[in-house]
Design a protein around this ligand. Structure first.
Ligand code: ANZ
Ligand code: ZN
Length: 834
């Protein structure tokens, strides 16, 4: 602590100031030595699990981390003061492309680069004052961790939930690796922005589609606890669709072709048939005459992203296959086209096209001169003329036994029954969700624990041989080449093994797992991070999980959260845990931007966290971020003022230094008005913390600081125990956002550290009751009414109460009011129009 000399108007006074840098150093040491934030895990209190999405070790902490992690820290610190045994762990998602690419660029081994970065970030986390339980730190790239990732993979494998298949996959030509659908954003690689293309490869998948319905159903329990938009995004991604399968005979083919349709009732309006060019069936159907044209079209299709293919703006394209399908309801011959607006891996990859009632089909029909037949009279204009398909309800026409029906629901039901009875179709539900493609042709990831044997096939690595460690490959070329570095000459020795089943020559799988596998279960590992016998101790997860509060960016709304939910359900089904959802509550913090734009090197608008901390101190930066707005909103660094936040923190500190009463002084004998202010603040701040309005917390602390200073100055004096009560609460609540200052103030107030382990006060009801005052109402200067009102009433309420009074109305005698003067809380003066 240093002192600052300052001239006041009359006397020379010594004003203590808060030295942020010194406090940071001092309390970091204290917390570490005293294990202040280590979860007790001893049944001494009810448990709370507060979790931040763990970071990639891709560089030092930046402003985004500063915002993300402070929110969880506020929750954790508040819960600790509430008396809960809080677990607030941290670790690193340390496998994956960011680390590997950075390592390749710098000519370093990914491991060296990764662990060096972790050290840097770790120190920055500590400096940033986060209340992490460091005893539970984990890294997904540690063999002791990924051993269990592999073990879990084998559980999925033995349950039939991990399988290999050949298919066209999203391929990033820059990173030279496959991408899950979730990692393709508007046709581009999520990581590097390169345009994504398709490749046919044999890949590992997790069968998440088996869980589609449960992933949907269980969201009900998350309603109101997760952000609405995240739930909506997940629902959309899963994309449940109710409809029917309809079988079409194909000329010259024994097997019928099946389509998925949501509108079987429009079957009489089908005038052509479309298959996805990249569905295997397309190649089979196409006649020799049309093959050359088809092949050229298929090449073009592969270059287009799924988003482009589904775009309604794009001109429709396609080629005729030379074949025909037979409409099961009227025997009509429908030409079969291959067109890229039909996707290979949705439904059956084939559709019956009804141009009058489906916009995509209409555009296609009009371009290629295919007839458009209206089968529902909706009252709208003819699609043939307008180019707009009609999708509404109406009377069926040209539709055989449906004619006469007038609504969609009975049309669909009637047709579904008819098809079912004839054995040509059945009701069905489909999902947009695809199986999770998890294999990657890259080095820095968890090896897939499978051995390929020419005679036994896919053989799991025996449990006692886990982990399958990554070979060192130091000095080998790790740059992306389309095949995994584990398949290269340098890894030959590692790869060639005896088959665990037959002992013959066999080879390890050379792919590594998507890092989303690593992060789908880390929150269970934290519960027993050093367990050498299992991925997690069942009893420990029972004590801690599910996570009570999860905090992280909305960029993970689909990928990470959906995969984690899937993992949790599988582990539940395997009997390892009792619940089915991993995260009870979810908070998505916003981003820190600058001058209206995301910070970037090219814009030169980056703000360096380290420099900000050097200038203003950790507490001021944390408080500025929290105060800037609701946690889920973005913060524009150009709009905030860490300098004035730092000044506010100094004002708070001086309050603590001014208190002269002893710790434990009974506030009951103190100034009642100040006590009311304090207890109102306790009630409001507690409520704001519970409802995650952390900016309101800071605003209310500021008011309490000002109110307390005023009370001291206007007579109650620094020795009043009510002042101590107020300042102690300022200290506790402020310590959630400004932890170093909190510790210093707590000590200045004469308490043993740590404030983080102090107990949160409860507002006294008696002090929350509104004080009543007498409101005097004058009309033209004469007193006309005296009303008992709460002291806290607003100007509007005072005016309203005054005008509602009978005596006042009598005095006004119907005249209009020209002016109302309100002096809160005691007087209202009304001037009528004369
Ligand atoms: C005939 C029809 C008539 C259709 C009509 C719609 C309206 P959702 O709701 O998204 O599930 N479809 C089916 N498989 C497809 C695929 N692989 N690629 C592109 N489109 C496909 O969409 C289901 C509808 O999308 C299906 O119902 C089918 O077109 C089309 F008046 O069948 B419909
Ligand atoms: Zn074998």
């Amino acid at each position: 602590m240093t002192t600052e000399y300052r001239r006041c108007s009359t006397v020379e006074t010594v004003r203590p100031t808060y030295d942020a840098a010194a406090a940071q150093e001092r309390w970091q040491k204290f917390w570490e030595e005293n294990q202040t934030f280590t979860a007790r895990d001893d049944d001494s209190a009810e448990r709370r699990y507060v979790l931040d999405m763990f970071p990639y070790p891709s560089g030092d902490l930046h402003m985004g981390h500063a915002e993300a992690f402070v929110m969880g820290d506020v929750v954790a610190r508040y819960q600790m003061m509430r008396g809960y045994d809080v677990m607030h762990p941290i670790g690193w998602d340390s496998f994956g492309l960011p680390a590997e690419n950075a390592a390749i660029q710098r000519n370093a081994h990914p491991a060296e680069w990764t662990y060096k970065n972790i050290e840097t970030q770790k120190n920055s986390f500590k400096r940033y004052g986060l209340s992490f339980d460091w005893t539970r730190e984990l890294h997904t790239s540690d063999p002791e961790y990924y051993r269990w990732t592999q073990w879990l993979f084998l559980q999925f494998f033995s349950r039939g939930l991990a399988y290999r298949k050949a298919s066209f996959v999203n391929w990033c030509p820059n990173d030279q690796t496959v991408l899950a659908n979730e990692q393709v954003v508007q046709g581009a690689c999520e990581r590097c922005g390169a345009a994504v293309t398709k490749r046919r490869l044999t890949q590992w998948y997790f069968k998440i589609t088996d869980y589609a319905q449960r992933l949907l159903d269980d969201m009900e329990a998350l309603e109101g606890k997760w952000p609405d938009r995240v739930l909506a995004m997940q629902r959309n991604w899963i994309g449940r669709s109710q409809g029917a399968y309809v079988d079409f005979e194909v000329e010259g083919r024994d097997e019928p072709l099946t389509v998925f349709t949501t509108r079987p009732d429009t079957l009489f309006g089908a005038t052509f048939f479309v298959v996805a060019p990249d569905a295997p069936i397309a190649e089979e159907l196409v006649t020799d005459e049309h093959r050359a044209e088809f092949e050229a079209y298929l090449d073009k299709t592969k270059a287009a992203s799924e988003i482009e293919r589904q775009s309604t703006e794009r001109e429709k394209t396609g080629v005729f296959t030379g074949r025909h399908a037979i409409n099961p309801v009227n025997g009509e011959k429908l030409p079969i086209w291959a067109a890229d607006y039909v996707l290979a891996d949705y439904g059956t990859g084939a559709v019956m096209a009804v141009p009058a009632h489906d916009q995509r089909d209409l555009e296609f029909a009009q371009k290629f001169g295919i007839p458009v037949r209206v089968v529902i009279e909706t009252g709208e204009a003819d699609p043939n003329e307008t180019g707009i398909a009609t999708a509404g309800d109406g009377a069926y026409v040209n539709s055989g036994e449906l004619d006469g029906l007038t609504d969609k629901a009975s049309g669909i039901a009637t047709m579904a029954e008819k098809l079912e009875a004839e054995g040509r179709g059945r009701a069905a539900i489909t999902f947009r969700l695809r199986d999770w493609l998890l294999s990657r042709q890259r080095f820095w990831g968890c090896p897939i624990p499978i051995i390929h044997c020419p005679s036994c096939g896919e053989v799991p690595v025996p449990e006692d041989q886990l982990p399958v460690k990554l070979p060192d490959l130091r000095g080998a070329d790790l740059a992306p080449k389309g095949t995994s570095p584990l398949a290269s000459e340098a890894a030959k020795q590692w790869r060639e093994v005896a088959c665990p089943r037959c002992g013959g020559a066999a080879e390890r799988d050379t792919d590594t797992m998507d890092t989303f596998v690593d992060s789908s279960w880390y929150y269970f590992r934290y519960c027993s991070p050093n367990d050498v016998t299992a991925p997690f101790d069942v009893a420990a997860t029972k004590r801690w999980a599910p996570v009570d509060q999860y905090v992280g960016g909305v960029e993970h709304a689909i990928l990470h959260l959906l995969y984690s939910r899937f993992f949790t359900k599988v582990l539940h089904d395997a009997g390892l845990i009792e619940f089915t959802e991993p995260f009870t509550r979810l908070l998505n913090q916003g981003q820190v931007i600058n001058e209206g734009k995301a910070m970037s090197k090219s814009l030169g608008n980056g703000v360096d966290l380290g420099a900000q901390i050097d200038q203003y101190g950790v507490d001021a930066i944390r408080t500025t971020i929290v105060f800037a707005g609701p946690p889920e909103d973005d913060i524009d660094w150009a709009d905030v003022s860490p300098g004035s936040t730092a000044k506010f923190l100094q004002r708070a500190y001086r309050l603590a230094a001014d208190v002269t009463s002893e710790p434990g002084a009974d506030p009951a004998s103190g100034d009642v008005a100040l006590r009311r202010t304090t207890h109102r603040a306790i009630a409001d701040i507690t409520e704001a913390l519970e409802s995650q309005r952390f900016n309101v917390v800071v605003a209310r602390i500021m008011e309490l600081v000002n109110g307390t200073r005023k009370a001291i100055d206007s007579g109650c004096g620094a020795g009043d125990p009510a002042v101590r009560e107020a300042v102690e609460f300022v200290t506790q609540s402020l310590s959630t956002v400004a932890p170093y200052l909190g510790e210093e103030m707590w000590e200045v107030l004469g308490h043993e550290p740590s404030v983080a382990r102090s107990s949160w006060p409860v507002a006294e009801d008696a002090l929350l009751v509104q004080e009543a005052v007498t409101l005097v109402v004058q009309v033209q200067g004469k007193v006309r009414a005296k009303l008992e009102v709460p002291a806290s009433l607003t100007e509007e309420q005072a005016t309203e109460a005054a005008l509602a009074d009978e005596g006042v109305q009598r005095a006004l005698a119907g005249r209009e009011v020209a002016k109302v003067i309100v002096r809160l809380p005691k007087m209202v003066s009304i001037v009528p129009v004369t």
